[in-house]
Design a protein around this ligand. Structure first.
Ligand code: SF4
Length: 448
């Protein structure tokens, strides 16, 4: 149960010394109750109070880390059910499924296909970050060989394996990559928990239904293992959805810490062979509440809509989406190519760069630091002005680009004179009002 500010206040030292940054112990207690401060910010809390409060004020959902190096991912740690309440913190990760029941040719073809979807969007890498390696019970050696091949991709592995011998052998070849052992259930959890703990990896737990899942998690926690994810996949799509939502609601709304772990949803089980259904469910469980979603393939048909959706859902609405300010050469542009400048609002960047690429005309797209605001908003806020543009060009562009022609957005045509007076030697050209008009505009400009 979450504690109120008054309950927390009763356990504080009541010195009102302000060392925690709050004017009084009462103010500190209120902030801790709201989740805005950590209890450890008070250096005078007794060990007994600290132990009680740390447990009671801990976030409702644990943050779990998997993978290593560039492939380390954070799962869970959510505090709200709906993005508009605050923000979601750990984005959904996708795992393409492999199975020891597949032939070598099928596995190789799948791994080759998986490599094809790997691109950047708004500075974020878009690819299926994980591989789900399922054990079909057809021989430990075959499974270990598949796990070895999958581990060589550098992706995070999720071992779908309820057989302790196979899991132990598989972990030997991949535990350094910090995979997930998704194999504990009501009948094998002690052995699986021991294996996962010894290998230092996260343990995935499943149950025949939500009650059994709850009981198994409780039993594993009693063994001292809280490095867990919950496989909420059930026999049908309907049951899987209900369990996935109930588990998240129970952890965040009812503060049931037993369910306070990230989830795995396996579409390869509940919609096996149905690519269209998997695609629909991919979107559904990205919004509600799959931390890892397993699917049979991640082609561009799946990737383009779902990665766009994920980027929207898991972007903090309180922070504007920005791209890095700088020079982006397009269509083979070099130092002699014309410049076109605009703001760092991500939507503007993608609209403008897309149209410029369609024109085929070499151009240096110069992105200004405008606070992540749109053209007119940043202009009105004084962040995209004659001063800021000329300063940015002097500091970042003039020593890298020989061309002295720059195109500015049509919506800020009024800046032309101001920029020319502050950037001597530059010719300022005004673009059309809408990005969609850029293709013809650029082609005409090149022809003349
Ligand atoms: Fe009270 Fe501790 Fe904050 Fe001092 S540091 S004001 S004792 S809560």
């Amino acid at each position: 149960m979450a504690l109120s500010g008054i309950q927390i206040f009763k356990m504080t030292p009541k010195k009102n010394c302000k060392e925690c940054g709050c004017p009084t112990c009462m103010a500190f207690s209120m902030k801790v109750a709201q989740g805005a401060m950590d209890i450890s910010a008070c250096p005078y809390m007794s060990d007994d109070a600290m132990a009680q409060l740390s447990e009671a004020t801990a976030p409702p959902m644990k943050t779990i880390k998997v993978g290593t190096g560039d492939s380390e991912y954070t799962l869970g740690g959510e505090t709200v059910l709906y993005r508009h309440e605050k923000t979601f913190v750990s984005k959904t990760r996708y795992a393409v499924s492999l199975c020891s029941c597949m032939s070598d040719e099928e596995i190789d073809a799948k791994l080759e296909e998986d490599k094809k979807v790997d691109y950047d969007r708004i500075g974020e890498r878009m690819c299926a970050e994980m591989l789900y390696v399922n054990y079909a019970g057809n021989g430990v050696d075959k499974y270990v060989s598949l796990v070895t091949k999958a581990a060589a991709t550098g992706k995070v592995l999720v071992l779908g394996c309820e057989d302790a011998d196979a899991a132990k052998a598989a972990l030997e070849v991949c535990k350094a990559g910090k995979p997930i052992l998704n194999g504990a259930n009501a009948s094998n959890y002690e052995e699986m928990s021991k294996l996962a703990t010894e290998a230092g990896v996260v343990l995935g737990i499943s149950g025949a239904n939500i009650d059994e899942l709850h009981d198994t998690v409780e039993a594993i926690e009693k063994l001292g293992n809280k490095n867990l994810v919950l496989d909420t996949t059930e026999a049908t799509i309907k049951e899987t959805f209900a369990t996935t939502v109930q588990v998240r609601r129970a952890s965040l709304k009812d503060t049931d810490r037993t369910f306070g772990y990230p989830s795995i949803v396996n579409l390869a089980k509940i919609a096996q062979g149905d690519r269209y259904m998997q695609q629909a469910l991919l979107s559904l469980f990205t919004m509600k509440y799959g931390s890892i979603i397993v699917l049979e393939e991640m082609g561009y048909a799946e990737a383009l809509p779902v990665f766009g959706l994920r980027q929207n859902v898991f972007t903090d609405p309180q922070k504007p989406m920005k791209v890095e300010p700088g020079i982006y050469p397009l269509n083979g542009a070099d130092e002699n190519s014309i410049c076109l400048t605009t703001v760092d609002f991500a939507l503007t960047y993608f609209l403008v760069s897309g149209e410029l690429e369609r024109s085929g005309v070499p151009v240096n797209l110069v992105i200004n630091d405008a606070g992540g605001l749109s053209v007119l908003t940043s202009w009105a806020a004084g962040k995209f002005s004659g001063n800021s543009i000329s300063k940015f060009f002097k500091e970042n562009v003039e020593d890298k680009v020989k061309s002295r022609k720059v195109i500015i957005p049509g919506k800020v045509a009024v800046l032309k004179g101001d920029i020319e007076s502050k950037l001597p030697g530059w010719e300022v050209i005004v673009a059309p009002l809408e990005a969609v008009q850029l293709v013809k505009f650029m082609k005409d400009l090149q022809a003349n």
